[in-house]
Ligand binder design. Structure first.
Ligand code: GTP
Ligand code: SPV
Ligand code: MN
Length: 586
């Protein structure tokens, strides 16, 4: 491999700061994977799973104080505080560098510093971008190997250039008091310390591909979004792609690889991505999306052969499992899989403690995850590594709302669609540390991942109208309405295709809708419900427009918009006012 002096210089600097015993450059080879795996098995960072049933698969247990993203410890470090905006934590760059340097200083004494060059985006794509992460965690190295194009391939893409994102990571002492995830977009730099968990530590993912890329995309005229990308092929061969933003643990992975209902003969699903989309205006005037990642870091609980058989197929080999339960035959288990017999012996919970099924305590952590190569997904699209990505026919904004938000709403136009995305509110999940089930604002399902001022972000979305002649339609969906007993009303998962089908039909102009104050909703007949056990009462709930509820929601939106300050685009406030007017006049 040709040497890259800029990378070598930066690595030397990071080594001088952290003081490792050894520096190891990762090439991404199979031999390297085997060697690092052996080493991690030796230290207990990884546990070997049943190699007959799960070849190439290993279990990792993270520190119990380090099991989810920590948004309160995540900072944007821009020169001007306004650039971080009202929704991000901010630290002055000089303060952040000084504070974190104190923690990194000598933190790698007795440890190895691994140099992990990685590429976000397909090889040979002009949209791809290179990063180099240095880390003291083998789990992180092996995860980056699955989640990105890692090693020599990335260095080859960089060549002799010096435009790479510099990612410094150390577990340090895993002390939550000394845990920080800091972004310096003006310096192309990410510093993360004190956590080994997913989004905090795999710096190509949320830190680079959303926050850093968001910043770049704003300057360069494209979007970095918390979105799945999926192709839907009809029986007659017509193929359309949609991208969808859903908050963390709200259904992206599942929608990206859904299995059509039995009655949908001839429909095919083509998975392109499950978490992140980079979206640009193509030469044909449409929006085109690439998946910058190479793997899935998916929520394990709830995943089973019925809900997501494609995920089951994806992680059946060459995968890592984090914070799941271990079964007597050294396979993996989590809540939502078939229940083992109550009192069965030989199980261990996610913390490695002997555990007995049916005991009332959890086997897996609610945010337990699998890390699996995308290419192993049975429904992976033949286009998933295409250098230009795929063209979008529709954009979805999803939320998790047990009440109020209807199953699906169609926007009236781009501006209204941006408003629908900007005003997402969703119940919090275990993907981030903190309370679960609390409704909070989550604009474009991207709140925790914005790399700049949320008001400027809204303006950037609005500006697509002038940049893109053939914009896709925007829809808002909610699979998570519950009945009086707290049960989900909509069957979800594969049956979500029924909603997607209405959306595709709408995009092509031949499906019925009713105008409501919220936007266009399907007429009850326009949604294909054949074979579903859903009474008219249930459908009424799923498609109701609760006027007092939305009037109150609009009031809360007003508060949110005001909290954004001067960067808030007036156009979206006007959309909110228009909604209030429509709600009042009926
Ligand atoms: P991140 O990886 O955190 O960004 O999450 P994600 O949006 O990819 O969420 P994922 O698809 O992994 O789903 C999270 C949880 O929601 C899992 O427990 C799923 O089983 C559950 N889930 C997904 N889709 C549906 C659905 O349509 N209906 C219901 N009821 N649950 C769903
Ligand atoms: C999310 O929380 O949205 C995830 C997992 O996809 S993490 O990589 O930790 O961000
Ligand atoms: Mn995510």
């Amino acid at each position: 491999m040709k040497r890259n002096e800029a990378v070598e210089r930066w690595v030397a600097e990071m080594a001088a700061l952290t003081g490792p015993d050894r520096v190891v450059w990762c090439d991404g080879s199979e031999e390297e994977r085997r060697r690092l795996t052996q080493e991690a098995l030796g230290t207990g960072q990884l546990l070997e799973l049943n190699q007959e049933k799960l070849p190439g698969c290993y279990l990792h247990r993270s520190n119990p104080n380090d099991v989810a993203r920590t948004e309160q410890l995540t900072f944007l470090c821009t020169r001007r505080k306004e650039d971080a905006g009202s929704t991000n934590n901010w630290m002055a760059p000089a303060d952040a560098y000084a504070r974190l340097s104190g923690i990194y200083k000598g933190a790698l004494r007795g440890r190895t510093l691994y140099v992990v060059p990685f590429l976000m985006g397909p090889r040979g794509s002009k949209f791809s971008k290179v990063g180099v992460q240095v880390t003291d965690s083998i789990y992180v190295v092996l995860s980056m190997r699955i989640m990105t194009r890692m090693g020599d391939a990335a260095l080859a893409e960089l060549g002799t250039g010096d435009r790479f994102v510099k990612c410094l990571h150390s577990l340090a002492d895993l002390n939550p008091e000394r845990r920080f995830i800091c972004h310096f977009p003006e310096d192309y730099t990410i510093w993360s310390v004190g956590s080994g968990y997913g989004g905090n530590a795999l710096l190509g993912k949320k830190c680079f591909a959303l926050r850093m890329a968001g910043w770049m995309g704003r300057q360069e005229g494209w979007l970095a979004e918390h979105m799945l990308i999926v192709g839907l092929e009809r029986p007659d061969g017509r193929l359309s792609y949609v991208a969808g933003a859903f908050p963390s643990a709200c259904g992206k992975t599942n929608l990206a690889m859904l299995v059509p209902p039995a009655s949908y003969k001839g429909w095919k699903i083509h998975t392109v991505g499950d978490d992140i989309a980079w979206i640009r205006v193509g030469p044909d005037g449409r929006l085109w999306a690439i998946n910058p990642e190479a793997g899935f870091f998916g929520v394990a609980p709830g995943t089973n052969p019925k809900t997501n058989t494609n995920a089951m197929g994806t992680f059946s080999s060459n995968s890592l499992f984090t914070n799941v339960a271990l079964t007597p035959d050294r396979t993996v288990w989590w809540e939502g899989m078939e229940e083992p017999k109550a009192g069965a012996v030989g199980y261990f919970d996610w913390q490695g403690r002997p555990w007995s099924p049916g005991s009332g305590t959890r086997g897996a952590h609610p945010n337990a995850r699998f890390t699996a190569p995308a290419r192993q997904c049975p429904s992976i699209s033949s286009q998933w590594e295409g250098p230009d990505g795929v063209p979008l026919s529709a954009i979805l904004f999803g939320c998790r709302r047990s009440r109020l938000a209807p199953l699906v709403v169609e926007s009236l136009n781009w501006r209204h669609g941006v408003y629908l995305g900007a005003t997402i509110a969703s119940e919090t999940t275990a993907a981030a540390a903190g309370a679960v089930g609390v409704v909070r604002r989550d604009p474009m399902a991207n709140l925790p991942f914005l790399g700049y001022n949320v008001g400027d972000y809204f303006r950037h979305w609005l500006s697509m109208e002038t940049r893109c002649p053939k914009l896709p339609r925007i829809y808002r969906v909610n699979w998570f309405r519950v009945d009086g007993k707290g049960k989900f009303i909509w069957p979800g998962f594969g049956d979500n295709l029924r909603v997607l089908r209405w959306i595709l039909d709408r995009c092509e102009g031949d499906a019925k809708a009713t105008e409501t104050p919220l936007g266009n909703l399907p007429t009850p007949e326009a949604l294909d419900l054949a074979g579903l056990d859903l009474g008219p009462e249930s459908m009424k709930t799923l498609l109701e427009v609760d006027r007092p509820g939305w009037t109150e929601a609009a009031r809360q939106q007003e508060e949110f918009f005001q909290s954004i300050g001067p960067a808030m685009p007036r156009e979206l406030v006007e959309e909110k006012d228009a909604l209030v007017k429509r709600l009042g006049s009926a």
